[in-house]
Ligand binder design. Structure first.
Ligand SMILES: [Zn+2]
Length: 200
């Protein structure tokens, strides 16, 4: 899944470097976020595809179409979003990225293996490194995605905390999307042991 997102970001960035398609760079972060949201929300590949491909409508400022609609709230008018023109070079380039068969196959495989808790943890890592409130230029955003992935991969298998009787420690978190509490096991603190190596 990480590869899926990285690959996606890379291809959008590359496409945004092509003359006439620079408007794609302002969409990079939103599109990657949309990808995570689709992975998290969809219960099947079919549902993923429906949510994911809706993106191609959304970027043209079309939020309702024959077979579906966006799930976001009404957009404030006067936003700074650079809408893409249907059929423009940028829109066509995005289309081929979003519908890329090989990439979609990878995503399909991955969707079968995920667990919601893992996905949430991964997305939280991305938000730690690339907050939604700040806009980053593409290379900076990519670097931050990379840092988030290193942090996540390095720490994901760290041991769970146990009480003195050997039972696991749990923590209850309220999930806004699901409108209910979920239980998570507590893990040992992070060590960031890979950072000294990066600084060599
Ligand atoms: Zn929309």
């Amino acid at each position: 899944m990480w590869h899926g997102a990285k690959n996606l970001a890379k291809r959008i960035h590359a496409a945004s470097q092509v003359k006439g398609q620079s408007s794609l760079s302002s969409w990079l972060k939103d599109i990657v976020n949309h990808f995570w949201w689709c992975c998290k929300t969809a219960d099947s590949y079919q549902e993923f595809l429906e949510l994911w491909l809706g993106l191609l409508h959304h970027v043209t400022n079309e939020h309702r179409w024959v077979l579906g609609s966006c799930q976001h709230a009404d957009l404030e008018s006067g936003g700074t979003q650079q809408w893409l023109e249907r059929g423009s070079m940028a829109h066509e380039a995005l289309k081929s990225i979003v519908r890329n068969k090989r990439w979609l196959n990878e995503v399909h495989k991955y969707l079968n293996f995920r667990s919601t808790a893992d996905l949430e943890s991964f997305q939280n890592h991305i938000l730690m490194y690339a907050s939604k409130r700040t806009a980053f230029r593409s290379p900076v955003f990519e670097a931050r995605l990379l840092l988030a992935a290193m942090d996540y991969n390095y720490h994901k298998d760290r041991p769970e905390l146990c009480k003195s009787d050997g039972s696991k420690q749990y923590r209850r978190l309220y999930k806004k999307n699901a409108r209910r509490y979920m239980l998570y096991t507590r893990k040992t603190s992070k060590t960031y042991g890979y950072i000294p190596e990066l600084q060599l």
